[in-house]
Design a protein around this ligand. Structure first.
Ligand SMILES: [Zn+2]
Ligand SMILES: [Zn+2]
Length: 263
């Protein structure tokens, strides 16, 4: 019985950890470049410095859209505001505009289908000295999910992130699982950090801490940007952590952000 419980937990944590890192899908974008917002339809990592520094843009607007019924917890939104204010140089301010919209697609979603949803509902694009990012809370799972590997979130354009809220709910708030706010926030901020160019994804390395096997992730096990595909080693990490806390960035990742214009 104990073994079974352990196995169940082990599977759950392996799934969680693997999935928070399915974030490097920067495959080509077929969107018409002549349309408004073309600066927001570039490959992942292209706007890292623009997001971090106060050079071209001094203000950030976050368009934060949930499909009705799949909104994250209010504390998750507050955690995003706190993180962005801590790390981004935006003296003009950081504003999160939150709203919900009716379902517009059929789950499970491919990244192309998520792009289509974004194109249907996104209103906010770079404008003057304001840079815009788009965060979507989807009403279904990723089409890439398997029995063993589920995706919680993906960063898929230079200013776009999707979170698969039903999957996050499935793997949070039960005994031995992370709290809902902790899992929502950790996944969301991990994906936002890919927009900020971590790791070696538009923000240059200031030290040798990119995982040589799992590229664009950090080798430091306690870091928000850590990614390990092996199940062994993941469970002890999670079992030792407070499951109600948002995982923070380690000093090496913070140093990269600071060297690329962040705080
Ligand atoms: Zn990742
Ligand atoms: Zn790190």
């Amino acid at each position: 019985m104990k073994n079974l419980r352990y196995l169940t937990l082990l599977t759950a944590f392996a799934v969680l950890f693997l999935s928070s890192c399915k974030s490097d899908d920067s495959s080509s974008d077929n969107t018409d470049d002549t349309a408004i917002g073309q600066e927001n339809r570039l490959p992942l990592g292209e706007s890292a410095e623009d997001l971090l520094a106060n050079i071209v843009f001094d203000r950030l607007e976050v368009e934060f859209v949930a499909i009705e019924g799949f909104e994250p917890r209010a504390e998750t939104v507050a955690n995003l505001q706190t993180f962005l204010e801590e790390r981004l140089n935006k003296p003009g301010g950081i504003v999160i505009n939150q709203r919900s919209v009716a379902a517009v697609g059929d789950a499970p979603y491919s990244t192309d289908e998520i792009r289509d949803i974004e194109d249907a509902v996104r209103n906010s694009f770079n404008d003057g000295s304001t840079i815009s990012i788009f965060i979507l809370w989807a009403d279904g799972a990723s089409v890439n999910d398997t029995q063993f590997n589920k995706t919680l979130g993906t960063a898929y354009r230079n200013t776009s992130v999707v979170l698969y809220e039903p999957t996050i709910r499935e793997f949070s708030n039960d005994t031995g699982e992370p709290g809902r706010v902790a899992l929502e926030s950790t996944t969301m901020i991990h994906e936002v950090c890919h927009l900020l160019g971590l790791v070696n994804l538009g923000t240059p390395l200031t030290s040798d801490h990119e995982d040589p096997i799992n590229s664009k992730h950090c080798i430091v096990e306690d870091c928000l940007m850590f990614f390990q595909t092996e199940v062994v080693g993941i469970v002890p990490k999670f079992r030792m952590k407070n499951l109600m806390d948002v995982t923070p960035l380690d000093p090496l990742c913070i140093a990269d952000l600071q060297a690329n214009g962040g705080k």
